[in-house]
Design a protein around this ligand. Structure first.
Ligand SMILES: [Zn+2]
Ligand SMILES: [Zn+2]
Length: 262
């Protein structure tokens, strides 16, 4: 199993996962054209896609879905409530390309198992995915206001995980956003801060090599260096030294991370 975080941040999200027989993306939150450019950068072709797995209906996750589904005949997977919420946002997607992927279920594609699980976010029925093959595990979680014990259980033992490190609380509080938006981001159905992300990470990593991708950074209320520093410090205060067996990897709003084995 190999993967790349194609793009991540408040401006658009998509993650690519493949094995020898299948290729999926989790969300397509950038325009069709930008998505094609990202695929070129990892030397892959969208014609090979087995499916698009949708997490929730916010535009930074679904912007390119309609265009790509129609142009490349890609099957799209989402739960029933998300399908309903996406109606009118993604244009027509032919019935034969619409598939239901219900919450807390597993689908098997040959040797690859994909599992869906709930997050706490202000969308119709938001969920994220974990990928399993030959004892290796990749988990993707962003867009959640807090990290529940259930979510921690899912991440535990992952070889790689993509995890939200959305904002610096001070930057958000001092920033120019109206109070209603600040309150939404900080709420239990908003986004996870750098510190809260690190605390959750410290509770799920074991002494084995783990790659943690810091994802969904806010354009206005975070910076790569700040997220990395803040996560590193909080991990350290919990007795975990980044660089020993836990490796932090930056993601970018426009540049894919290297396509690597999970
Ligand atoms: Zn998002
Ligand atoms: Zn969202």
């Amino acid at each position: 199993m190999r993967f790349s975080v194609l793009a991540s941040g408040s401006t658009g999200n998509s993650i690519y996962v493949e094995n020898d027989n299948h290729a999926f993306i989790v969300d397509a939150g950038l325009s069709g054209k930008k998505m094609e450019q990202l695929f070129t950068k990892i030397d892959r072709n969208m014609k090979q896609l087995s499916g698009i797995l949708v997490t929730h209906e916010h535009s930074d996750h679904i912007k390119g879905i309609g265009v790509l589904a129609r142009k490349y005949n890609v099957p799209v997977y989402a739960n029933a409530k998300t399908w309903q919420a996406m109606d009118g946002l993604v244009g027509d997607i032919p019935l034969e390309q619409r598939f239901e992927f219900e919450m807390e279920t597993v689908k098997h594609f040959g040797s690859l198992a994909i599992e869906s699980f709930a997050v706490s976010h202000d969308a119709a029925d938001p969920m994220f995915y974990s990928f399993h093959e030959n004892g290796r595990k990749l988990v993707v979680i962003t867009d959640t206001g807090y990290v529940s014990d259930r979510m921690k259980g899912i991440i535990r033992g992952a070889d790689s995980f993509v995890f939200e490190s959305n904002h610096d609380v001070n930057m958000l509080q001092m920033g120019r956003y109206p109070w209603s938006i600040k309150r939404r981001i900080l709420s239990d159905v908003g986004h996870v801060s750098n510190e809260d992300a690190a605390i959750a990470m410290s509770e799920v990593v074991f002494e084995k090599p783990t790659n943690i991708y810091l994802a969904h950074l806010s354009k206005d209320n975070n910076m790569k260096e700040l997220a990395r520093m803040s996560v590193t410090q909080t991990l350290q205060s919990c007795g975990i030294i980044a660089g020993e067996y836990v490796h932090l990897v930056d993601t970018d709003a426009e540049e894919p991370t290297k396509l690597v084995m999970v």
